[in-house]
Design a protein around this ligand. Sequence first.
Ligand code: UDX
Length: 430
Amino acid sequence: MKKVCIIGTGYVGLVTGACLAEMKDRVICVDSDAEKVKMLKRGKVPIYEPGLDEIIIRNFKAGRLSFTTSIAEGVKSSEIIFIAVSTPPKQDGTADLSSVAIVARAVAENMDGYRLIVDKSTVPVKTGEKVAETIKRYNKKNVDFDIASNPEFLREGSAVDDTMHPDRIVIGVSSKRAAKILRELYAPLKAPIIETDIKSAEIIKHASNSFLALKISFANALAQMCELAGANIMEVIAGMGLDKRIGRAFLNAGIGYGGSCFPKDVAAFIKIAEELGYDFELLRIVEKINREQRVRFVKKIEETLWIVKDKTIGILGLAFKPNTDDMRSAPSLDIIAQLQHEGAAVKVYDPQAMAVARKLLKGVRFCKNPYEVAQGSDALVVVTEWDEFKNLNLARVRKIMNHPIIIDGRNIFDPATMEEKGFIYKSVGR
Ligand code: UDX
């Protein structure tokens, strides 16, 4: 059993804290947002993540998981301090590390014995050095400490499962003591542990997300070629993906990547490289392909409908991907804005993201289900590949639409079947 303090109860901090408590560690989660802490104490979980509520409630009741606004309380009673505060992008794409700096200082001022300070937030390489300098400066009692980097690879929608069953655990350390503590902490997960120096660990996080974004942009570029050549992207990636060196994952063409991580992390990595004196041109092209993919998709809608003005367009899916209510950098936002700009009336539905969408979208009609969206629409546009849409009663949809047009940004239907069912069906790269 380890005594752990997690500072920052966003996606990463809250899931990590809950999962460590589930592994029988004693965890104190700290957040400066008093409202959020109050909510969590009442068992109300501020994010939608399968399985998370149960773990939080169970471990809270068992006394292994607690919540506070006080960094002092967390630091005084824990050996391992995770920094998991947000590092949002600044205007120029670099990460804003001011929260990390504030937390590092507060941790240092409250240390009364050895502490291991672990950075879990996604940060640029060399942040560990800066955190170490800060801790040294405010370490009034001059106690021993170590710094480590332990990047997080969880995905939204499967965050608990990803944390409990990771492909690998990366620990960037500079002392045997720190390595031993982190190896013991993660031993129950029985996952491969990669031990590196701190800077390498910091780079692994940005490099992994950038490489996955690169795979997606590669598939989207190929989809463009397939359309021009009259080939089928689904068959091309199936053929490529079986090569073990390539792998089938993250080769789905569509309307490009969104979410809170990929766009931010690719932009940040380009900047980090630039500051180090390297022009990571390859990643700039990855971004460009991703941007263009949304623009091309809207063009496809326009070409299919000819005139968009005064048409009713139904949008299926708003979240940036299925199984989440997150709409940060969601392609749906750009696509809807463009269609509205051209004078279309827009109806929308998403199985989880409606509450979030109501705050972000103006002038659209929010529907209770996919059929209400289809009713009287001139076209349906699939933006997020929720299972609910894959299992639609298409005969019913066809009957209630004004025109049987479906433009599918996620390739969830089979073109031949759609034609058979009487739809004008457009998808990506086929
Ligand atoms: C990602 C990383 O996967 C995770 O390891 C990291 O910790 C945080 O960033 P997440 O943002 O939750 O996780 O989403 P992910 O499932 O990776 O999808 C990212 C985006 O890529 C989505 O917009 C998704 O639609 C898109 N995508 C994914 C594709 O367009 N094609 C694919 O083949 C896969």
